[in-house]
Write a protein of this length. Structure first.
Length: 317
């Protein structure tokens, strides 16, 4: 079944204009709100009372909606390598759990006219669903930066040498050495800590906003990976909150950069970068430049917000 992404103005779940929606003939996936929804229709056999017809028609509509919801849910991509339908084929336990979650889907529209019942049912692609599809061991392995950070915050042993890896670092340490010579009697630990705090509070970012509107090959996923152009994974990582990912979803989506900036997920001061491509053959892995990746790694507030699932991606039709 072909999926069409488009601007949807009004639909039964109260979608705002410009929500990112992938529509099918029986329902769709609202990637901005993080829900799968499906319509169902039902009628009853003739010869019954009006009350019986209404009850049985509604029951048939609910069953039809649940069946359609299951089919649409099979098309939900979790990341570049996991699609719900594929996982259900490979694991009967996942099939049972997803079927159970769908049976508990909410009825958001209930209409009966001319002896035909019509219901719309919706299910969040977060919470129980993501805990089923994305267990804790699916979080990305620790990347090079995480190892480096762990090394920096671990007290150095006397036998370990201190290495400078590039000219900008060397210049920074030369400047620090000169400053220390001029302030030999100062409490360096306090001063340096104050300097770091001042930097972080003066450049406080409330989330990560990625403009992927010029990446046509990108496939929407619940938890896409963000990489630099060397393939290093920035998000999600072992430092990313699993609870935040499954309860909020890994990211949300928007069509408009200006609307995205005002989105509650990234609040009012997001760190904004541009995606340059997808990564190799992985359709839901976004690549950003190494320089932008380094800027993110140097911004503690961005890392903290990002690892609480504070990530929003702007896409194009």
């Amino acid at each position: 079944m072909k999926l069409i992404m488009y601007f949807l103005l009004i639909w039964p779940l109260g979608t705002a204009a410009k929500d990112v929606v992938v529509q099918t003939s029986a329902g769709g996936i609202n990637w901005s709100q993080g829900v799968v929804y499906a319509n169902g229709y039902g009628t009853a056999k003739p010869g019954l009372s009006a009350a019986q017809k209404r009850i049985l028609a509604r029951r048939a509509a609910v069953i039809d909606a649940q069946r359609n919801l299951l089919e649409i849910t099979k098309g939900v991509r979790i990341n570049s390598v996991i699609k719900t339908g594929q996982a259900m084929k490979e694991n009967p336990e996942i099939t049972t759990r997803v079927a159970g979650i769908i049976k508990g889907a909410q009825i958001t529209r209930d209409h009966y006219q001319n002896e035909i019942a019509n219901v719309t049912m919706s299910m969040p692609i977060s919470g129980k669903f993501l805990r089923t599809m994305y267990p804790t061991n699916k979080l990305a392995s620790r990347d090079t930066f995480d190892h480096l950070l762990a090394f920096i915050i671990t007290p150095a042993r006397a036998s370990e040498s201190f290495m400078i890896s590039n000219e900008p670092e060397a210049n920074a340490y030369r400047k620090l050495i000169e400053w220390m010579r001029q302030n030999a009697s100062a409490d360096l630990n306090v001063i340096l800590n104050d300097a770091v705090i001042q930097y972080e509070t003066s450049a406080k970012f409330s989330g990560l906003l990625i403009d992927a509107s010029s990446v046509p090959a990108f496939e929407l996923a619940t938890i896409p990976k963000i990489r630099d152009d060397t393939g290093e994974i920035l998000y999600p990582s072992e430092n990313t909150s699993y609870d935040d990912i499954v309860n909020k979803r890994g990211v949300t989506y928007d069509f408009d950069l200006h609307d995205a900036i005002r989105n509650q997920r990234v609040a009012t001061t997001p760190f904004i970068i541009k995606a340059v491509s997808t990564y190799k053959s992985l359709p839901s892995d976004l690549t950003i430049s190494k320089s932008d990746a380094d800027k993110i790694r140097q911004s503690q507030s961005t890392i903290v917000a990002m690892n609480k699932a504070g990530v929003l991606i702007v896409v194009a039709i």
